[in-house]
Ligand binder design. Structure first.
Ligand code: FES
Length: 257
């Protein structure tokens, strides 16, 4: 059977046939079913996005106290926020009451978030601190159990923030393994972690939001971030201007001066 015939046969195989999916990826081609099969997508969410560390943001995206941005762990929307003490937190953008989104902006600066449904208020650590008409919820209601859900683990490597939903996932450093060598080399080449700033060019589609092209193929999850060295004297406005020259340094690095 030729590769093409084999792949065609696989395309009509039962969706949960374990092991068969490996054959969908050939040395010289990938069957489109990998991108369109709902069961493969569900397994991808369970076995990758819910099981291991997922990159959320670069700390330079939330440089000031109370800055926040939205990110995703698989299908779960997450708020990444810096509190007033400068500590980075991550918590679910899903109200602990009835599940409404508590934040509708992609990024911004806010000390707290108010759910639009019944007005519960959460601080930028994800803790519930305000409930309108609290007495109406009854005597057994315990607000301390209703903070926004947090990922099981949150970690940062030289400004790159990751989280995982899996409490048994290995520590971040262990997960990154030899990848840190390449990250370190690239970061050092650009003057160190403090010298890096995300300028823009960041495009991400939540995995649940799949784009469909003309042949019925759905494209998933396209994270792409552009980091570049910060030149001396850069402020947010000049950084925005530099989006047009993403990889060009406007000023010398410190050790080049
Ligand atoms: S759903 Fe958020 S306050 Fe009710």
């Amino acid at each position: 059977m030729t590769n093409i015939a084999k792949i065609s046969a696989l395309a009509s195989a039962p969706p949960d046939t374990s092991g068969v999916w490996d054959d969908l990826v050939q040395q010289d081609r990938v069957h489109r079913r990998v991108y369109t099969d709902d069961s493969i997508f569900a397994r991808e969410m369970d076995n990758i996005f819910a099981a291991t560390w997922v990159y959320l943001a670069h700390e330079s995206e939330i440089p000031e106290p109370n800055d926040f941005k939205l990110s995703w762990i698989g299908l779960r929307e997450v708020i990444v926020a810096r509190d007033e003490d400068g500590v980075v937190h991550a918590f679910s953008n899903r109200c602990s009451h009835r599940g409404a989104s508590v934040c509708r902006e992609h990024h911004g600066n806010a000390a707290d978030f108010t759910c639009p449904y019944h007005g519960w208020r959460f601080d930028n650590r994800g803790q519930l601190f305000g409930i309108p008409g609290k007495s109406a919820y009854g005597p057994k209601f315990k607000s301390r159990d209703m903070n926004l859900a947090r990922p099981a683990q949150l970690g940062s490597y030289k400004g790159f923030v990751f989280a995982t939903l899996n409490p048994d996932a290995p520590p971040l450093l262990q997960h990154l393994g030899n990848a840190t060598r390449y990250l370190d080399a690239w970061i050092d080449h650009n003057g160190g972690p403090e010298n890096l700033c995300l300028l823009g060019g960041c495009t991400s589609f939540p995995p649940g939001l799949q784009l469909e092209d003309g042949v019925g193929q759905r494209w998933r999850w396209l994270p792409c971030a552009v980091l570049a060295p910060v030149a001396a004297g850069d402020d947010q406005r000049s950084l925005r201007r530099r989006r047009h020259g993403l990889f060009r340094r406007r000023g010398p690095l410190q050790d080049e001066q």
